[in-house]
Ligand binder design. Sequence first.
Ligand code: FAD
Length: 317
Amino acid sequence: MKVIKHIEKAKGNTLFSFEILPPKKGETLQTIFANIDPLMEFNPPFIDVTYHREEYEYKELPNGLIQKIVTRKRPGTVGICAALQHRYGVDAVPHLICGGFSKEETENILIDFNFLGIDNVLVLRGDAIKSEGAFHPNVQGHSYASELARQVVDMNQGKYLHEEYSQGATDFCIGVAGYPEKHFESPNLDTDLYYLKKKVNAGADYIVTQLFYNNQKYFDFVDRCRKAGITVPIIPGIKPVSVKKHITVLPNIFHIDIPQELVLELEKCKDNKSVYEVGIEWSIQQCRELIDYGVPVLHFYSMGRSENIKRIAKELF
Ligand code: FAD
C-alpha cells in the first residue's frame, strides 16, 4: 500500500516507521532481521531501505599503472526490499538516487520494484562520491531529484523512455527529501524551499525530513512549506544521539545544528553509556512534542541499530 494511504488510514494518529541500511557486502540478511525483529511490535506500516552508490578507488598495479576500480560497500537494496515485504508483510520503501544511474538503469530498477509489488519509492539526488568532492550526475542520468521524480511520474502514466503503453503504467507513491535547516548546497532557506516545491510539483506525494534535534526548526519548516503552497504530508526524521562523537560528526555529515542544551547534557556525560541514555531521553521528549503537534509519522534513522529506537518507541506507541 502507498505511504500516503497508510497516513490517510491512520486518521490523524501518528505512525511509527524506520529506515535501514543494506548490510555491508559479505554480511547476511540475518544482520538486518536481527535489527528489524525487535521493532515489529510497533507495527511499522512501511520500512525504508537506503541506496548506496558505487565509489571509485584507484589501485596501483605492479607495472606502475593506476587502475580505476568501482566498489560498492552496501549493495542489495532491491533484494532487501523484496525480502522485507515477504518476511514481514510490510511495505518496503526503496530509496532511489540519481547519482551513478543512467535513465535506462533507473527505468530498469523501477520495473524491478514494480514486479516485486513495491508501491513506494523515495527519490533522491544522492551525494557526491568521496573521490569527486562535488556531485556529478551520470551523463545519461538526472541532475536533481525533481527530474527523477518526473521519470517516475512518466512511468505512472505508462510513458517509458522509448515507448508508451498504458497497460504497463506503474503506480508508485513518490517521497522526496526535505531539509528543515536547508540543504547544505543551497544559498538560503528560500531557494531550498523553491526547489522543494519544484520536486513536489514534479509529482512527489510526501516529504521526509533530514534529521533534526530542535523541533522548532521542523515547525518553522512546515509553516514555510504550507505558506509556499506545499500541502503534502511532511514526515519528521529522528535519530537519537548515541555516542559522544556525534556532537561533531552529525553536524559535519548532515549539516544540522545540535541545540546547546543537548550539547551541554552530552558534554556532562562521563562515558558513552550515559550519552546513549541522554540521546534516548532527548528523542522521547522530541517525539512527544511532535506527536502533540500532529505529525503523520515518526520516521527513525536506525543506522543498523535498533535497541535505542525500541526503547523510545516503547514510551510512545
Ligand atoms: P535535490 O532535491 O535534487 O537537491 C539538491 C540540491 O540542489 C539542493 O541544494 C537543492 O536546493 C538544489 N536544487 C534542486 N533542484 C535544483 C535545480 N533545478 N536547479 C538548481 N538547484 C537545484 N543519499 C543516498 O545516497 N542514499 C539514500 O538512501 C539517501 N536517503 C536519504 C533520505 C532522506 C530522508 C534524506 C533527507 C536524505 C537522504 N540521502 C540519501 C541524502 C541525499 O541524497 C542528499 O542530501 C543529497 O545531497 C540531496 O538529495 P536531494 O534528493 O534532496 O536533492
